[in-house]
Design a protein around this ligand. Structure first.
Ligand SMILES: NC(=O)c1ccc[n+]([C@@H]2O[C@H](COP(=O)([O-])OP(=O)(O)OC[C@H]3O[C@@H](n4cnc5c(N)ncnc54)[C@H](O)[C@@H]3O)[C@@H](O)[C@H]2O)c1
Length: 434
């Protein structure tokens, strides 16, 4: 099939490459010229395991192409996937749909024959209805169809998630488009993915409810971890104990820092706005957002305690600053609150992240990026393990730090408490007594 992906970010690039690998002709469009020129040279704009090989292979096979020319890409394609960003508006919970509507207006100028326009971006319920209205101003109803196909891939596992998803959700009010898209996904369905066909509004809602539920699970276990710390119980035993119940399930029950990333924070906030619009109170999701905001403050309070309320001039090392391991995505990472807070209180921060330097900390003179774990940890008063990259799991603190005064705060529980303590270090973790 002939497809174009508009927006070549985490979702557009990964899904575009995977669709091309399944044998389709795919044009990835982006307005960012530098990104497109780099992709043509084989330079991948994001860190995502396995992505580079797949891009190079399919670009060489000429099944995958990159362009900034949206008009041409739309004219040549039968299926148009919208994959642009839908972040929160500045100082508001509302989803900013300006990228979506701008792309839709452009698409409407380029429809030369029947097109299926598919939103892969996460968009609030009724967005498909508005998109349809915008296009109807220029194009007759029989020349296009608007479908919702929310994406559920996780950064760091994106290719595997795309090829082996739990489910594919297609929201369409039109049977013909539904069967064309089902055909596109046939190789993935044949590998065991469940295919769910529903109406457009339901598909839009499924994505928000899914993310809100996962955010609730994380927040729930994070609060239980607080209780475990005070009752001399290991929260991991609780996660296993409840997760073995099939009604609950073990995934997304790992206690840690506040959830972050490009999806959960903005999507939990946006569904509240949808609820408000339809005069409904989603009190559970409201509490989840509040609890998650408080979590970062709680962890900072603990850092204060660990350092005996003396942060000034203390050397603090952060291992990992992205919102989770195996991605370079900094969006809504809890480090964006923790590091500035500690820096403003006079700490000297050294961070190491396998995905490199982060410009988000550029304005802080006392926040430095180290090129290696060894350099970052050296002479630290406190090492904060913020994400659980495999590189961190094999750290030999005994070799790295000659000072037993170095304290370790493991926000991902990657180490055994007894093992680290037996080496003579003061070790603190999540949901386990100190
Ligand atoms: N990142 C994830 O893990 C993930 C997972 C599932 C769903 N989603 C959803 O998918 C959508 C995209 O997320 P993302 O993380 O890939 O975003 P992103 O910011 O990485 O990528 C968006 C891309 O769209 C491009 N763009 C913006 N306006 C454009 C225009 N007018 N023409 C062409 N390109 C344009 C930007 O330059 C950027 O490259 C969001 O709605 C998000 O909620 C994201």
């Amino acid at each position: 099939m002939k497809l174009c992906m508009i927006g070549t970010g985490y979702v557009g690039l990964v899904s575009g490459v995977c669709f091309s690998d399944l044998g389709n002709n795919v044009i990835c469009v982006d307005k960012d010229e530098k990104k497109i020129n780099n992709l043509k040279k084989g330079i991948i704009p994001i860190y995502e395991p396995g992505l580079e090989e797949l891009v190079l292979k399919n670009y060489k096979n000429k099944r995958l192409n990159f362009t900034t020319n949206l008009d041409n890409a739309v004219k040549k394609s039968d299926l148009i996937f919208i994959c642009v960003g839908t972040p929160s508006k500045k100082n508001s919970n509302q989803a900013d749909l300006s990228q979506i509507y701008s792309v839709v207006r452009e698409i409407s100028k380029s429809i030369n024959k029947f097109k299926i326009i598919i939103t892969k971006s996460t968009v609030p319920v009724t967005t498909g209805d508005y998109i349809e209205k915008i296009i109807l101003k220029k194009i007759p109803r029989n020349k296009f169809s608007i479908v919702s196909n929310p994406e559920f891939l996780r950064e760091g596992e994106a290719i595997r998630d795309f090829i082996y998803p739990d489910r594919i959700v297609i929201g369409s009010n039109d049977k013909k488009s539904n069967s064309i898209i089902k055909n596109l996904y046939a190789p993935i369905i044949s590998k065991g993915a469940k295919y769910m066909s529903t109406n457009r509004r339901s598909a839009e809602m499924i994505k928000y409810v899914s993310n809100s539920f996962l955010a609730t699970k994380i927040t729930f276990i994070n609060e239980i971890a607080n209780l475990c710390e005070k009752t001399d119980i290991n929260v991991e035993d609780i996660s296993i104990g409840i997760g073995l119940d099939k009604r609950i399930g073990g995934r997304f029950l790992r206690a840690g820092p506040a959830y972050g990333g490009s999806c959960f924070p903005k999507d939990t906030k946006a569904i509240l706005l949808t609820a408000k619009k339809f005069k409904t109170n989603l009190s559970v999701i409201k509490s989840v957002i509040k609890s998650n905001n408080e979590r970062t403050k709680l962890l900072l309070k603990k850092v204060n305690q660990i350092l005996n309320n003396k942060i000034k001039n203390k050397k603090i090392c952060f291992l990992g600053v992205t919102f989770k391991a195996n991605t370079d995505d900094m969006r809504d990472s809890s480090s964006l609150i923790m590091i500035p807070y500690l820096a403003k209180h006079g700490a000297i921060i050294n961070y190491y992240d396998p995905t490199g330097y982060k410009q988000e900390f550029k304005k802080f003179k006392n926040v430095l990026c180290s090129n290696s774990i060894v350099d970052a940890v050296k002479a630290s008063d406190l090492v904060i393990i913020h994400t659980d990259w495999n590189d961190f799991k094999s750290i030999n603190f005994k070799k790295l730090s000659n000072s037993k005064k170095t304290k370790i705060y493991d926000l991902r529980n990657i180490f055994s408490k007894n093992k680290i303590k037996s080496l003579g270090f003061k070790y603190f973790s999540i949901g386990r007594s100190d």
